[in-house]
Design a protein around this ligand. Sequence first.
Ligand SMILES: C[S@@+](CC[C@H](N)C(=O)[O-])C[C@H]1O[C@@H](n2cnc3c(N)ncnc32)[C@H](O)[C@@H]1O
Length: 342
Amino acid sequence: MGTQDKRFNSIWSLSQLENLRLNLQQRYDYSKNIEDRRKLGQFSTPFALANDIITFGLKYIDHNNNIRFFDPAFGTGAFYSALLSNIQLSDIKFSTAIEIDPLLFKIAQDICAFSGIKIINADFTELYHDNLYNFIICNPPYVRHHLINSLQKKKIKDKTKELTGVTLSGLAGLYCHFLLQSISWMDKDAIGGWLIPSEFMDVNYGHPIKSFLLSKVDLFRIHRFKPKNIQFDDALVSSAVIWFKKRTKQSQAVTFSFGGTLMSPQEIKEISYSSLLNEPKWTRFPCAPQRTVHKYMPKLRDYFNVKRGIATGGNNFFILNHAQILVCHLNFFVRFFPVQDI
Ligand SMILES: C[S@@+](CC[C@H](N)C(=O)[O-])C[C@H]1O[C@@H](n2cnc3c(N)ncnc32)[C@H](O)[C@@H]1O
């Protein structure tokens, strides 16, 4: 047992550490209003979920004094706490975390500094890597693009482009930039596990991220939680966990799972890379099969301009229930096939 382990065991038991962290996290959450928390995406990961993610990720790395852990959006350290409850402290070679909020940084320092972790109070998107890590686990801030001012947005976009060559749309939320920028902090063969909104899998701004995941790293697993079983009581998002290795593509397929937990999902299926390249909406997997693309079949966009998020105020006109649809069908038949024609 290393010196740090001895100190660790003499000062804290693991449950004491987690209890203290949780207590301070809750006090922090209550002290700040929800709008201010939203600006920095301050919604912490429940410990059970953090533990599920850490347990899964640990299957893919060598424990023996070799863990180089990094979390660029640390908060009070839910993932780090889960990590410490699964390994010996001596399994960690070094670890680093970043947190922008001075108060959360101070709390995290007070709770975790004894373990040797380096915590930096800074904006992750303004930093360059200080080391290379083999285990990056993160629940990045889900800050929507309209909450980022245009100057800051340009800076973040330029940095993502500089580090990865990828130009993200101005509609991409902060979490997309966190995910891509963190790749430069990963060592060869490092594992990345990201708890992020599943939205990027279906929308246009997600395309460059999906093609990056399919071509520049080895994407091997995507787990999506049931939208009704929202993981965060206070941030209404449906989340997914994305897993990849920093190496050129070796897998021919990605394991998609849905529902339950990461370690014990309700549905699970291998989806080939070619299916993923052809399918613009990944959230259909694993529950629905790959769609057959009918090349010459007209699409809705051939007739209409389709946009999301427009409130017409005319839902009674645009949204029909089954009975109303049936009446429409009947009217159609009566009009075009009058009784004397039958
Ligand atoms: C979704 S929370 C996750 C916190 C913690 N890792 C957890 O899982 O409970 C995101 C955290 O990132 C921090 N954050 C927001 N913007 C940041 C930035 N630009 N750089 C570093 N941290 C940031 C927030 O203050 C918040 O603590």
